[in-house]
Design a binder for this molecule. Structure first.
Ligand code: NAD
Ligand code: TYD
Length: 354
């Protein structure tokens, strides 16, 4: 079996669902169920014996040791993290705790487990670290996209904590020989995306007739990838990636935020027209994010050259599926908009007047 951390979050739950849909190998899913973790994402697996869910923290060494000894996974796929830049600006402590200290604890537990393995089991063990393009910092408009050897220049507490975790993973390979891979991926979108991030926030606000808050001039560029394509990239690297290597994963799809919001509005106009008029009427420009990175772009040629991976979805096909998913899952959306979600929205947006 494999151990997945953070498998109740956005990308982790998509990964677990895709994994069990495409192969028969069981998954041990360890998740602390923070505000971003949601067991409802895994409802389809409720009676699937191949999925074992454990509610726990990657910072709990005794728990990790017990799980590794009991289940003896052949690989660890590490998604668990605090993942939202705006939250990292309001409260960086949790990011250091989970992304840095938690990854350290997980690496130490993995090292002890791997060191005790022998023969074939030891040779095939892998620790796969899931990271972000944000560790590379912000690109000038005409600069080349990020390659794997781009300098690390993280600018937010979130990206600094992920950069630190990448460095720990690298060092545990270099110093102790732990067989690791790291993938640095661009912005994902798709089903089960918590509606505090750009795309799902715009969909749920538009459907509720609420303002669509674009930070600053909205000309910040991100390279958007459908979540299913990120999951397939991780599967490829896990199976065939070279040990100790980093692979950048992206959608070859750079787009400014304004354009993203405009496409989401156009799709909603088509699929769920509002009697009040086009959804773009709700767009509002609000105070910018402090230290807002201007542009990210991934050069994904290494993973294509070495492993033959390319995204299957275009942005047009992926965003249509995503908007349709939110229209079809109003119950999921209502359930995640709890009191703590509403507190977050008030905290992040109330002082950003238009
Ligand atoms: P998410 O915030 O939706 O989910 C994170 C999950 O981790 C949640 O289920 C949460 O409960 C769990 N978790 C948090 N702290 C934990 C802890 N201490 N112990 C155990 N579980 C814990 O995040 P996501 O968007 O699914 O991102 C997953 C990973 O992918 C992260 O490492 C993130 O840095 C990386 N990543 C995300 C994106 C993106 O666009 N979302 C892009 C590239 C890389
Ligand atoms: P986000 O989804 O938070 O991802 P990240 O900051 O990790 O790239 O934001 C994507 C882009 O959208 C980013 O440039 C910030 C911008 N944004 C807004 O303009 N308004 C919003 O309400 C949010 C949440 C993000």
């Amino acid at each position: 079996m494999i151990l997945v951390t953070g498998g109740a979050g956005f990308i982790g739950s998509n990964f677990v669902l895709d994994w069990l849909a495409t192969r028969d190998e069981p998954v041990l899913n360890l998740d602390a169920l923070t505000y971003a973790g949601n067991r409802a994402n895994l409802a389809a697996l409720e009676s699937d014996a191949r999925h074992v869910f454990v509610h726990g923290d990657i910072g709990d060494r005794a728990l990790l040791d017990r799980l590794l000894a009991e289940h003896r996974p052949r690989a660890i796929v590490h998604f668990a993290a605090e993942s939202h830049v705006d939250r990292s600006i309001h409260g960086p402590g949790a990011f250091i705790k989970t992304n840095v200290e938690g990854t350290f604890t997980l690496l130490e537990a993995a090292r002890a487990h791997w060191s005790a393995l022998e023969g074939e089991a030891k040779a095939r063990f892998r620790f796969h670290h899931v990271s972000t393009d944000e560790v590379y910092g912000s690109l000038a408009p005409d600069a080349q996209a990020f390659t794997e050897d781009h300098a690390y220049e993280p600018n937010s507490p979130y990206s600094a904590s992920k950069a630190a975790s990448d460095h720990l993973v690298r060092a545990w390979h270099h110093t102790y020989g732990l067989p690791v891979h790291t993938t640095n991926c661009s912005n994902n979108y798709g089903p089960f995306h918590f509606p505090e991030k750009l795309i799902p926030l715009m969909i749920v606000n538009a459907l509720a007739g609420k303002p669509l808050p674009i930070y600053g001039d909205g000309m910040q560029v991100r390279d958007w990838l459908y979540v299913g394509d990120h999951c397939s990239a991780i599967r490829e690297v896990l199976e065939r990636g070279r040990v100790g290597e980093t692979y950048n994963v992206g959608g070859w799809n750079e787009m400014p935020n304004r354009e993203i919001v405009s496409q989401v509005c156009a799709l909603l106009d088509e699929l769920r027209p509002s009697p009040a008029g086009p959804y773009a009427r709700l767009v509002t420009h609000v105070k910018d994010r402090p230290g807002h990175d201007r542009r990210y772009a991934i050069d994904a040629r290494k993973i294509e050259r070495e492993l033959g991976w390319r995204p299957a979805e275009t942005f047009a096909s992926g965003i249509r599926k995503t908007v349709q998913w939110y229209l079809d899952h109003a119950d999921w959306v209502a359930a995640v908009q709890s009191g703590s979600y509403r507190d977050w929205v008030a905290r992040n947006y109330d002082k950003r007047s238009a």
